[in-house]
Ligand binder design. Structure first.
Ligand code: NAD
Length: 396
């Protein structure tokens, strides 16, 4: 039986749109990408040409009655505007992280989608990949006993690498791109996928400024001041009673992506939640050995050198091999089968509420009680591999 495809329009044809378009046009049978747009027309023209889709304006995408899903890959400062317009045009939306630049805007959008009976799906979708689905299977099978503690740590020297692009101060692009809001999203989605929602959080933070360091930039040497903490360390309690910590810093050098879950009978050492692949390790009580666990699910990254699209323009294998777009696929199958989608609006709201909660905790010296309570998303069934992989999403 032929799959009834769902038509998609992409808004924001910048850096990450390439990966989305590659996967949405080539990997998934349920998606039919009609076209893409950007406020800089040259960018959408380039993507449209490369992927054989239409170059459109935002307005044409909103007005196209056949397009059912808008994929919003604009930068965070534009997320609210584009999400709102797409929802008001009657489209379901999948938006890159964070859902919006502020928690208050995220609440408004969440309500707007709910009131209009539309679906809002929010990246990251990395937890739908092979490693984090396998990790969930290990946890659900009780292989580490009762989970007690979760630890997340990520350090990335944003300020040195991307001043003015990722390290965006409020009022320029909107917040949502400090390291805690940007990288924190991967850890929060993965943690909620593995352990369920968070009940309360408290934290400390530091706010560092940075100067433009690129001597070719006309603003070279100019000081940029962020308005939210660029380094945080937070303690949390999950609704289940599990305790956790999350530390995110954009102010130090080196990349240290770490996420570990400790239980009464063992621990799992997860890979970088900003990737779709392993290695994933398990240590069981009574053994001092960390075992690498074979991955039980598909949507691993391509093996290095095996990406089918080497001929295409993207120079960086990391992005060529990423599986971004899994969340859109899950959304399309969820619409088709009338079931909840996994990158849920509640999960997106929870992630930005967590960052908001840490900010309030720092400023007001309080423990913040989380209001949003996303359901832990259903695990993907295992055993659908290779050419059959997409079938894992075709469930009621
Ligand atoms: N770059 C990455 O490594 C990366 C990785 C994962 C996720 N993301 C997420 O993807 C999103 C986009 O990031 P990016 O790095 O691709 O940013 P980018 O700046 O390269 O691209 C964003 C594009 O959106 C366009 N745009 C802005 N406002 C618009 C509007 N109102 N209508 C149409 N187009 C508009 C811009 O012109 C730009 O081309 C962000 O939410 C980011 O968190 C980025």
């Amino acid at each position: 039986m032929a799959i009834e495809k769902i038509k998609v329009g992409l808004i924001g044809s910048g850096t990450i749109s390439w990966t989305y378009l590659q996967n949405m046009t080539e990997l998934f049978g349920i998606l039919d990408v009609v076209g893409c747009s950007d406020i800089v027309p040259g960018r959408s023209a380039e993507r449209a040409k490369e992927f054989g889709i239409k170059q459109m304006t935002n307005e044409e995408i909103y007005a196209d009655s056949e397009i059912r899903i808008v994929v919003n890959t604009t930068y965070p400062g534009a997320h609210y505007e584009v999400n709102e317009k797409a929802l008001l045009a009657g489209k379901h939306v999948h938006v890159e992280k964070m859902m919006t630049a502020t928690y208050e805007d995220a609440v408004k959008l969440y309500e707007l989608a709910k009131d209009n009976g539309l679906r809002l799906s929010c990246a990251p979708d990395t937890f739908l990949g092979a490693a984090y689905q396998t990790a969930r299977k290990i946890l659900d099978a009780g292989l580490i006993g009762k989970p007690v503690f979760a630890e997340g740590l990520v350090i990335r020297g944003y300020k040195a690498d991307f001043p003015g692009t990722i390290y965006r101060p409020k009022g320029m692009w909107g917040t949502g791109s400090t390291a805690p809001a940007d990288l924190g999203g991967y850890y929060l989605s993965a943690l909620v996928h593995l352990l369920g929602p968070i009940a309360r959080v408290a934290g400390f933070g530091q706010l560092h400024g940075v100067a433009y360091t690129n001597t070719k930039n006309p603003r070279y040497g100019e000081f940029i001041e962020a308005e939210e903490n660029t380094s945080i360390t937070a303690s949390m309690e999950f609704v289940s009673g599990v305790l956790g910590s999350l530390t995110v810093s954009g102010d130090c050098f080196g990349e240290t992506p770490r996420l570990e879950i400790y239980g009464t009978e063992g621990r799992i050492v997860c890979p970088d939640p900003n990737t779709y692949t392993g290695p994933l390790y398990l240590q069981r009580a009574g053994s001092n050995k960390l075992m690498e666990i074979p991955l039980s699910h598909d949507y691993n990254s391509y093996n290095k050198g095996e990406c089918p699209d080497r001929k295409r323009s993207w120079p960086d294998p990391f992005w060529a091999e990423s599986r971004r777009g899994l969340g859109v696929t899950d959304l399309a199958w969820a619409i088709t089968n009338d079931r909840p989608h996994r990158c849920s609006a509640e999960l997106g709201l929870h992630a930005i509420e967590f960052i908001h909660g840490v900010e309030l905790s720092c400023k007001q010296n309080i423990i913040y009680q989380m209001k949003s309570r996303p359901a832990q998303s259903a695990p993907l069934p295992s055993g659908f591999l290779g050419g059959e992989a997409e079938k894992a999403f075709d469930t009621k």
